[in-house]
Design a protein around this ligand. Sequence first.
Ligand code: HEM
Length: 467
Amino acid sequence: CRRLTRKPIIPLPPGPKGLPLLGSALDLPKENEWLYYSKLHKTYGDIIHFNVLGQSYLVVGSLRIASDLLEKRSAIYSGRIHLSFGGSFDDWKRSMLLQEGPAHRGYRRFAHKGLSSTAVKQYEGLQEREALKTLQKLLDEPEKFLEHFKWNTAATILLIAYGYQVQCYSDPFVLAVRDVMDRFSTFFAPGNLLMDYVPMIKYLPEWLPGMSFKKTVWEFKVQADKTFDDPYEAVKKQMAAGTAVPCLTTQLLEEMKSNEDEAHITGMTGSLFLAGSDTSASALSAFMMAMILYPEVQKKAQQEIDAVVGADRLPAFLDRNNLPYVDALVKEVLRWHPIAPIGFPHRLIEEDHYEGYRIPKDTLVITNIWHMARDEAAYGPDPERFKPERFLGSNAAPFGYKTAQTQEFGSPAFGFGRRLCPGQHIAMSTLFILCSNILATMTVSPEVGDDGSPILPKVESTGGVIV
Ligand code: HEM
């Protein structure tokens, strides 16, 4: 009789069982996790569950499942990981990336004001001018291309958020954000989060062997606070003196209703500055790689620009709709080499059931964007090949399942649901204007060895959240 009334046990999604207590802790790689998860997808399918020291993880490897869970059920799949780093990080939640609940909604509302698809049109003139400066820098010192891209993206976001014009490479705001982002990318790799699973670590002093990371976390917080506060305080001073340049911060401060709003404004603009500086620069470096390895694609894009824009002026935003091959090329850069290959984990805030499986409350959901972007049913055969044609005419990928993201940008590179990247439109504009201007004025080619033969670069990624 008891057997008849007992609730059926709903299984967890398939996945590696790992060791007792440790779970899969020892299997997780420190770098290129997306390749490891892709291997697991081959064995277990597009939804994988495992645990690390009791923390439940779900890895999603298909657009369909990502849309079902992170878009259609976004009300419960939009939490974030609670980072503690052994207690050192508990009080630091200023970044939009880590915010949850009403504070997160406040940040997103403000971000939408400045970065929606309509709002970003006001920055097109500014982006065209910044692109010109970058072209000059590329001509002067081509080997430092990544530096020039980082300068461009940081300068653009500083102008948009704070009306601040960067003057030199050693600009204090740019140096500070560079430092924070370098630390951030290595910090948040899943392998480094293990310390949060050992509660006792919280009570150990930083001078003990093995505890030096606590000092590193503290230094990170000090630097990160500077990137949030310094440019913001500068704008406030300029407003008081009547010299402020109109920008997102001045707009939001003028509309501000309460003191709470002010914390949201600093948090949101600081988050844009942090998240907007290295990301598009990284995508631009993937563009350079693609142009070196696929000269026939480069030539085709240049022919399109020559035919549409001519040789007397540079491509501008008014040409965007008439350059479908360049548009497809930019989408292919984000598909071919997603710069955030596993996004940033979403936290499930209550238990859920999906396709006969139980997904426990507080599961961290990892989106294997890299794997989704290699789905042949969506993007056609030979996914490692750089091929803008995937996004052209009746072939416009994804052929299979469409998420809100893939309908607009072709690939899931900007993430999902309520955590979708708020900088997506500005990033697409940056990529369009820089890629089209570079293609119109120069040819990207490989280094040449002493014997005159080209030295082709290997397609490899650095580790971290943004690669
Ligand atoms: C090619 C460029 C970029 C790519 C591929 C990219 C990708 C992403 C991804 C995958 C996420 C996580 C989404 C999720 O959790 O589902 C994200 C979040 C975020 N991105 Fe971007 N991003 C780019 C550029 C930018 C820019 C230029 C900005 C700012 C102007 C920006 C601001 C942010 C912020 C603030 C978040 C956190 C959103 C939240 O948690 O609510 N990103 N981005």
